[in-house]
Write a protein that binds this ligand. Structure first.
Ligand code: TMP
Length: 235
């Protein structure tokens, strides 16, 4: 499968057309941004790790009954994926207080939540991805009721699978963001699942093994990505 014209360049990935109108090639970069692109940097090796980790996690999820966009890993940084129409919602699940949740509610980071939460952001960089609820999403025609129900069901299913999986490698899944797309009318998991899009803490030391090391200038950013990658045991 060959890359044809570039369709899009995002903050962390480039997307190319292929000869198959239903398939795109995603090429993961080492570029990192935070705070809606205000902070910029490079995390050496991130593209390879995010590509391989995302594919690994998506195949795991497929086996557990969550449909994903994954077609085939093509190289260290490139993957063929189903071409979807992205549902313009960032779907965030939280198990432990951290990040914007901790800040907004004045709750210390690290407090275990009594049950997982789900929230939506409207995917719009110009607006800074504002927090919305399902009524907004329906009212704005971002998704149908059936799609929102399915997205919610899949998101909690992803959480159940990933909590267990990460625990097995000594990692606590604090929270994560996922995105969905429409593929011939079907809702499937799209985008990526990586240390860019999850908060991952070491179970015993609570060391942060994710992009917060970059966002907050905590140092050892590359080491954290490598650590997660090694624990996943991906070749
Ligand atoms: P938050 O606490 O900053 O709202 O982030 C919640 C989760 O979403 C966290 O795991 C990081 C992830 N995330 C993204 O993947 N992209 C983003 O643009 C933001 C703000 C958060």
């Amino acid at each position: 499968m060959d890359k044809l014209e570039q369709l899009y360049e995002g903050k962390a990935k480039k997307v190319f057309k292929t000869e198959d109108p239903d398939v795109l090639i995603v090429d993961y970069k080492d570029d990192a941004t935070a705070f809606n692109g205000e902070k910029k940097g490079t995390i050496v090796g991130k593209g390879v790790i995010n590509n391989k980790m995302s594919n690994y996690v998506m195949s795991l999820l497929e086996k557990e009954g969550v449909p994903t966009h994954l077609v085939k890993e093509l190289s260290d940084r490139e993957t063929a994926v189903k071409k979807v129409e992205i549902v313009p919602l960032e779907v965030i699940i939280r198990n432990v207080s951290a990040g914007s949740f901790a800040k907004k509610l004045g709750i210390e980071e690290g407090r275990k939540l009594l049950c997982p939460t789900l929230e939506f952001s409207y995917k719009d960089d110009a607006l800074g991805d504002p927090f919305i609820n399902s009524y907004y999403a329906l009212a704005l025609g971002l998704a149908t009721k059936e799609e929102i129900d399915l997205i919610t069901k899949y998101a909690f299913q992803v959480n159940d699978v990933l909590i267990k999986y990460f625990l097995g490698i000594g990692i606590e899944l604090i929270d994560f963001k996922i995105e969905f797309g429409r593929y011939h009318g079907q809702i499937i998991l799209a985008d990526e699942i990586s240390p860019d899009t999850c908060r991952l803490w070491d179970v015993t030391t609570h060391e942060k093994l994710d992009k917060d090391r970059f966002r907050r200038d905590l140092g050892n950013v590359e080491d954290a990505y490598q650590e997660v990658f090694h624990r996943l045991g991906i070749k």
